[in-house]
Design a protein around this ligand. Structure first.
Ligand SMILES: Cc1cc2nc3c(=O)[nH]c(=O)nc-3n(C[C@H](O)[C@H](O)[C@H](O)COP(=O)(O)OP(=O)(O)OC[C@H]3O[C@@H](n4cnc5c(N)ncnc54)[C@H](O)[C@@H]3O)c2cc1C
Length: 422
């Protein structure tokens, strides 16, 4: 039978580390996550089972050092011309084991993109933040605090609303920012994150891009309070909670860049969020393909393996087409990020809108295909031992975040059809 490595990756432009990265993360997944993941749901609050696997990935394999420059102890991916395709490979292999772990890892890089990526490196902040991630033997996570109680989609709808709905305020007081506000849902909240990147406004209500501010706040700063983790439909390895910032003071230079540039480069954060979502989609589909190969050969219907029945084979062919298409599409978007000389800057409105289009399509295809995988396995699909139901539950959440499907639809329609009122 075909292996998942025969599902196409664009061989002509893979990262030079592709094979190596894939191999070491797959070994980690097969040894440390897949044998335990059926018990992760019960571990959603304590993360006792989950934490050792995170330590192996973030510290022992060094992923938490990924973006920082080499001279600060990092792996230097922030200036790699394979950041997109290399990142895609890492995220897809982690998501093959557990998509929630992939988002927890991916979101750790999310705020750091603002200051570690060429050409907008903020060297002073890299020097300040690198020791937290690079000089430690415990796993360290970051969070990107964007969504607020009045709505997450409007905050991400940068093109139309320009940050005008952001209620978290940043006020300058001498040489410090004073941050006040309430955020919901950041991945790695609920007590996990050591560092927050906080989306704020220096003039709440304003849609002037210069008033959009991205400010780093260490989680142990006075005035930061994280609530308890929410219990979700799945994705237990990702903790999400309320976070309050109450007169939180940080040095003025903890702002990522400054008026205008924070807004511009935050769109790159959105682009990477979309690329990551595509990689998670690919990883979930790859593993479900493996699970379906095994189950449809082992289970019998009318004396024949499931896969030898016409209707089942029809659905399996649809699944194979989806995994082939999503993987190649996701790698292509990652490559577009790497080749800004050909496709423009990753913070361009064009790259954001195209990423939204790809994420929307890939999530629709995957949600449908995972539903069909459940259908064709019948009651066996609902068996937690089969693992398909885990991906089915976990994956639906990928479709819901980053403004949900509706924001994708609006931004894509606006970009390609110049709709003016959306
Ligand atoms: C597992 C998980 C991880 C997450 N991680 C993070 C994170 O790291 N950082 C972070 O800040 N947030 C995070 N979120 C929050 C997530 O990004 C938001 O839930 C999402 O952006 C939608 O925002 P909302 O829930 O506030 O819904 P709302 O913005 O209130 O929207 C509600 C619904 O209305 C739709 N909608 C909104 N506007 C329109 C419109 N004009 N027309 C039609 N429909 C519309 C939306 O698509 C959505 O379906 C995470 C969520 C989950 C589930």
């Amino acid at each position: 039978m075909r292996t998942i490595d025969e599902i196409t990756r664009p061989l002509e432009y893979l990262s030079p580390m592709d094979r190596h990265l894939g191999k070491i993360i797959r070994r980690w997944a097969d040894e440390q996550v897949i044998p335990l993941r059926q018990r992760y749901d019960e571990d959603w609050e304590e993360h006792r089972l989950i934490e050792p696997a995170f330590k192996a990935l973030m510290v022992d394999l060094g992923l938490q050092r990924l973006l920082f420059p080499e001279d600060l102890g990092g792996m230097g991916f922030g200036h790699s011309s394979y950041l997109g395709t290399g990142g895609f490979r890492i995220f897809e292999e982690v998501a093959r084991a557990d998509s929630a772990m992939a988002v927890a890892v991916g979101v750790t890089f999310w705020p750091l993109i603002m200051v570690c990526n060429e050409p907008h490196v903020n060297r002073r902040l890299c020097e300040e933040l690198a020791p937290r991630f690079c000089d430690t033997d415990r796993p360290v996570f970051a969070a990107n605090a964007m969504t607020e109680p009045q709505g997450g989609a409007d905050i991400e709808n940068l093109d139309l609303l320009g940050g005008s709905t952001i209620q978290t305020s940043a006020t300058l007081d001498g040489d410090q920012w004073v941050v006040n506000g309430h955020k919901l849902w950041p991945t790695n909240s609920g007590g996990v994150a050591d560092l927050f990147g906080v989306v704020c406004s220096t003039n709440p209500g304003s849609s002037d891009p210069k008033d959009f501010a991205f400010i780093f706040v260490p989680a142990d700063t006075e005035g930061v309070t994280q609530g308890g983790a929410y219990q979700k439909a799945g994705m237990a390895a990702d903790k999400n909670s309320d976070v309050w910032f109450d007169n939180v003071r940080v040095p003025v230079w903890y702002r990522a860049h400054g008026p205008g540039d924070d807004f511009t480069y935050f769109k790159e954060v959105v682009t990477f969020g979309l690329m990551g979502s595509l990689a998670f989609t690919s990883g979930v589909l790859l593993n479900t393909y493996e699970l379906l190969q095994e189950a449809t050969s082992r289970l019998f219907f009318r004396g024949r393996p499931l896969k030898e029945n016409d209707d089942i084979a029809g659905r399996l062919s649809g699944f194979a087409a989806t995994v082939e298409t999503v993987r190649i599409l996701g790698f292509q978007y990652a490559r577009m990020i790497d080749r800004r000389d050909l496709y423009g800057a990753p913070w361009s409105d064009d790259m954001v809108a195209k990423g939204r289009a790809y994420k929307m399509l890939a999530c629709d295809m995957a949600v449908k295909s995972l539903g069909q995988a459940m259908d064709l396995l019948g009651a066996h699909g609902s068996d937690r031992v089969a693992d398909v139901e885990k991906h089915w539950r976990d994956f639906k959440i990928v479709q819901l975040w980053m403004g949900g499907k509706q924001l994708c639809q609006m931004e894509v329609a606006r970009h390609f059809f110049e709709c003016e009122s959306l």
